[in-house]
Design a binder for this molecule. Sequence first.
Ligand SMILES: [Zn+2]
Length: 233
Amino acid sequence: MVLLATLLTAAAAGFGPSLEGFPVVPSGAGPVDTADTAAKVGCSSQYLQDGVQLPDLPLFYERVAPGSAWGTPEMVELLVETSRHMRWLMPEASKLIIGDISQQHGGVLEGHKSHRGGVDADVGIFRTGGWQSPRGFTDLYPDEFDVEANWALISAMLETGLVDMVLLDRGHINRLMAYTLRTGLLTPAEVARIFPDEGSRGSWELSGVVRHAPGHTGHLHVRVLCADGTKAE
Ligand SMILES: [Zn+2]
């Protein structure tokens, strides 16, 4: 089970678990210099500098388009860490389906308004029974949305402390709010923090939140923070 205290502390601290011993960088690209990465100030939502390609880890996830699977080190860490967590927590569930992130150097990616700076990724969500289609995203009605598996996925993402925001359809968000309250996984205050009222002032300044966006009934969109914990500009 996800410990909310850990989640919120990690989010506040702005860093997640390490990827010790994990091949997040394709061989030949050289190791990520963590000191260098940590010193880098900010990141961009428009272009990608020193992007890392999401490694091929077929045990954990399927990359729909490896050529558009380039992200910041934080994005790669988020996706590897989250999918590893899901394997451990729900081994019987389908592996994650990772859609577009960005091109190697970022810039306009066909079919998307964002996905230009390696800080945005589309990730499949689970249909009832913990199932995801390996053929790609399919739109789900709220009653087809596997609330337990999808909350496990989203809370694993939030727990890394790397998430700026998650975009999802309002119908699915409503089910997550009811589920986390009913089961006591979240307190009402935590629900209000993670699923801010769209109209609430200042909610766009918060990180680690789940918000409505149209067109997100079959996948979620996650945006990561920069290495220094700030939002991409
Ligand atoms: Zn997207």
